[in-house]
Design a protein. Sequence first.
Length: 263
Amino acid sequence: MSIYLTGDTHGHADGRFRYDWPWYLDPLRPDDVVIILGDFGLLWEPDEGNWEEKLSLDILDSFGSTFLFIDGNHENHDRLKKLETVRLFGAPAGKVSENVFHLRRGEIYEIEGKTFFCMGGATSIDRRRRHEGTSWWPEENVSKEEFQHGLDNLKRYGNTVDYVLTHTPPRHIGLEMFPQERDDPHYADPTAEKLDTVLRRTEFKQWFFGHMHFNCVMQSDPRFVSLFDRVIRLGDPKNEDENMLPRRGEICPTRAQRRSVRM
């Protein structure tokens, strides 16, 4: 069994795993687990019966692998709240289809003897041009109750986990990537600020996040890994190759210069 991680799929998860699966990785097997670090974006339309969504989910289910995702900011949170709750890897999760599940905020999952603390959510910097209830939801940010639930779960584990999975990174990591946003209130992110508290309280081996649309290891703290369209296998020594995940030490481009995507 292998555990794979990747960043935002924005409604195109089936394409990433069917057409764009990396040549350097083994083909997906039924006992493998794939984790998407937010902005899964497949449950986007209000009608859960739309044919494009059903086709994409059928393709993911056909692999036989287990696909897990934490929520990002570009999700239909009304749909996520309606998902059936099941017990998965030792904690509650939302069931999307036979092999696709939503990892809930503040939960700790145990997969192959490893513990994963999950906290989705982030602020949409493009929210001004979106419409509440159709392309933007206020639930995109972590609530006080969800955050406290996460802290309580961490305390039960002695504030120690193997991995932390979030959509946005802690605030100071985000500012290291984009220091020009430090004094701009437009980029304030309450979820990222809450994650600074998680960082101060928690012992962990690695922290994986999406949202930033970059594939890199943070130069200041190599435990932090940003993933976008790269797929990596957890624990694979090839992840340390500079061509796979370069060290991010220089100032990153502005958000406007990032690769554009559907959402």
